[in-house]
Design a protein around this ligand. Sequence first.
Ligand SMILES: [Zn+2]
Length: 324
Amino acid sequence: MGLNLHTHLEGWVRPETAAELARDMGVPTPAGGWEAALRMREPADLTVFLAHVAAAYPVLAAPGAMRRVAREAVEDAAEDGCDFLEIRFGPSTHARPGFALDDVIAAACEGLADGSSATGLAVGLVVCLLRHLDDETNVAIARSAARAAGKGVVGLDVAGDELLYPSLERYRTPYAIAAAAGLGLTAHAAEAAPGRAARDAVRLLGVTRIGHGSHIADDVSDLAWAADTGIAIEVCPTSNVLTGAAPSIREHPLHAFLEAGCRVVIGDDNPINIGSRISDEEKRLLTEGGLTTEQLRAIQLTACDVAFTDESTRAALRSRFSAA
Ligand SMILES: [Zn+2]
């Protein structure tokens, strides 16, 4: 059971698939092999975590490889019992001469559609701007995402180093382009920066959801603001413990969010890298996190409400969880 509303496509590359693609694409095997390169074995920090995620980048930079990884992600999610998968990626990371932004997005959409038709799992692709890119490239990404609205792309996000690139003002134009195309809007914010970054994301970009948002929990006025506005906070418990952003599942800021009356949804962020899928996240919230089944049900129903999907899919998901 469960809706996965915050997960990165780059974090779904099976080690055996990486090995096969690398062989076909002439990518060298990392020292220690693909399993060790992709899997994080113990808590470390964000830099170590991102190195594990980035290990998969070289095997994603071709249409067939991108399509295969996207299809396998849906297959793996369906096998895990996921009810709805909203998967995100930054297409510019994988674009090359001859593999343009539109083609990268199309390959991911095709793979997701392949997986969805094979498994029946409802999926959507969220396209990420990246903070380190220049404004022109981020506008080009938003235009590509807008062109693919209705063809698999359901939303826009911004990801990357929030402390090095704190300004959100820069993304007003790309978010306006995405909004005009009817895409859902979310942003990684207040993950590393203070809670007010989440307020800026709502005010400047019009997002309805916030990725991570951990630092909203640092300040009671930010918590009250989040509860009042009804912004949904996308929480990734295990990932946050492994990056050192939260000391444990029990001491995760999601408890402060729930106590303050904020809307919370969950994601597994990068399941291959962290070795935890959405079913594992839900189990850990109930056991290590001490959540009640009613609290988990509320999280699932919130996810039904805020998922970037059409109303018939939303209604079907809602009835599944209401009846559970
Ligand atoms: Zn993320």
